[in-house]
Design a protein around this ligand. Structure first.
Ligand SMILES: *[C@@H]1O[C@H](CO)[C@@H](O)[C@H](O)[C@H]1NC(C)=O
Ligand SMILES: *[C@@H]1O[C@H](CO)[C@@H](O)[C@H](O)[C@H]1NC(C)=O
Ligand SMILES: *[C@@H]1O[C@H](CO)[C@@H](O)[C@H](O)[C@H]1NC(C)=O
Ligand SMILES: *[C@@H]1O[C@H](CO)[C@@H](O)[C@H](O)[C@H]1NC(C)=O
Length: 442
């Protein structure tokens, strides 16, 4: 699969037949104020104490007390640690490994999700474009227990579980029932914690290519039901990720973090920041684009393309591989970019949906003009050149854009986002980004 480009259409939700009104946003902030009572001096006990006859007996007694003391201390520390795992200190954050799905034949990024008690591990696609987290009902527990676990009063009829039928624009779909589940996650301090009452779909049916080789989907969309909202708010309101090159080996790991990212110290010093639009394009994360420049030249693109009130707008989507531009922007960008690579022989590929591919033998990357997305508030996103002149394998490169119909939204896909660190601040409504190798765990 390596070297082959995998292209998937954006995961746009078409239907969610029944919305379960589970209280996923109800956080469990247990008190974290358990104080450890250290065993104090033995003086009082010693006053009524039978005087040890010999020094070594006294020593033995002391050691005995030390052992008991250590045992109690250990026990309390264990108890305290368990309490701390449940009520996580504010400085902590969740870190989940993130890998490119290329080796699995998918164009998205994957992580592992541990669901249930005892937990089962599921390999899931990380999708900012979906608010449904769902896993395959592959075990009896999931099939039998979860499907009967609902609070039927909130469901359409007393006998119908809270079913869903979720469709995606590429024809994939999933059907199943909702459950409030416990998810076990790793913390940045190496410990683990449990997130309770996470709304998880238990899917008994998956159709289409999207879910091949994976067990489901981690919904990071911007609604109160999503895993991102639940997890991020529990840890202060942020989530962040760094996407390694999309063709990376499945062993190349970065992290998706809920809470304060460790990456904030250091590279983020030079981060750019723009407003995150959380209201207008729910469940997606919107950004306000003002225009696109190519090689220092601002392209002439009608403003309506970027304007949500005129049927346009732009979202950032980890579930789309390529970047979609609505017609008026697509034509302009493609014309300008094509000119810069026109000296290489054009190649027609039936296997990829991209309009313009070329033989990249002897390709000189300095001939690629700088592509910059300018945001309303002045921030500029400058993707790496190979994030828009992308490898299609076999000595061929393609311009990594697909057209979308206007009116409609433009989508900044995951290839465009690669080798950048992205931080979503759901409370401050801002998006920070900074170039990163996504190595050393980030
Ligand atoms: C301390 O705990 C260990 C195991 O937890 C136990 O085997 C040992 O007997 C305990 N020692 C004392 C003195 O209570
Ligand atoms: C990933 O790493 C494991 C162990 O380190 C190795 O066995 C496996 O071959 C690697 N996978 C790939 C695709 O390189
Ligand atoms: C959340 O992210 C924003 C933007 O990157 C940052 O300024 C803020 O300090 C972060 N908050 C926390 C709690 O980490
Ligand atoms: C690309 O061009 C080189 C010669 O310049 C040729 O050898 C090679 O077969 C071409 N590759 C494709 C995929 O057309």
């Amino acid at each position: 699969m390596k070297g082959k480009l995998i292209v998937l259409l954006p995961l746009i939700v078409l239907v969610a037949i029944v919305e379960a009104r589970h209280h996923v946003d109800e956080m469990q902030h247990d008190s974290n104020s358990f104080s450890l009572e250290l065993i104090h001096s033995h003086a009082n006990q010693f006053s009524n104490y039978r005087r040890p006859r010999a020094q070594h007996e006294r020593l033995k007694d002391l050691i005995h007390h030390d052992i008991i003391r250590h045992n109690i201390t250990s026990h309390r520390l264990r108890t305290r640690r368990r309490a701390a795992e449940e009520a996580v200190p504010p400085a902590a954050s969740i870190e989940m490994p993130l890998n490119a799905g290329s080796d699995l034949g998918i164009g998205q990024y994957i992580t592992t999700l541990r669901v249930g008690t005892p937990s089962q591990t599921f390999r899931v696609i990380v999708d900012t474009g979906s608010d449904l987290t769902s896993v395959r009902c592959r075990s009896e527990r999931c099939k039998v227990e979860l499907m009967t676990l609902f609070s039927l009063t909130i469901c359409p009829t007393p006998l119908t579980p809270c079913a869903y039928d979720y469709g995606y624009a590429d024809g994939s779909a999933t059907r199943g029932v909702f459950a409030d589940e416990t998810v076990t996650v790793g913390l940045s301090n190496g410990r683990k914690t449990r997130l309770r009452n996470v709304l998880i779909g238990c899917s008994d049916s998956y159709q289409g290519i999207t879910f091949d080789n994976v067990d489901g989907l981690l919904g990071l969309g911007n609604t109160k039901h999503s895993f991102a909202t639940h997890a991020a708010h529990k840890f202060g309101g942020n989530f962040s990720y760094c996407l390694v090159d999309h063709l990376s080996n499945i062993n190349a790991t970065s992290y998706i973090t809920f809470g304060t990212s460790r990456n904030r110290v250091g590279p983020l010093g030079n981060a750019r920041r723009t407003t995150l639009e959380l209201q207008s394009l729910v469940p997606f994360y919107g950004v306000n684009v003002r225009g696109i420049s190519l090689g220092d030249k601002m392209l002439e693109i009608p403003m309506k393309v970027w304007d949500v009130t005129q049927g346009g707008g732009t979202i950032l989507d980890s579930g789309s591989s390529l970047t979609y531009l609505t017609d008026p922007a697509y034509q302009t960008v493609m014309e300008a970019l094509t000119m810069s690579v026109s000296k290489y022989p054009r190649v027609k590929l039936d296997t990829v949906p991209m309009d313009y591919c070329f033989n990249s033998t002897g390709f000189d990357e300095t001939s690629v003009p700088k592509f910059i997305i300018h945001f309303e508030d002045g921030a500029r996103f400058e993707p790496h050149w190979d994030s828009y002149v992308i490898t299609a394998g076999g000595g061929i490169r393609c311009l990594g854009f697909l057209p979308a119909r206007f009116p409609g939204v433009s989508v900044i896909g995951n290839i465009m986002q690669q080798n950048y660190f992205w931080e979503y601040d759901l409370i401050g409504k801002s998006l920070s980004f900074v170039p990163s190798a996504c190595s050393c765990g980030y």
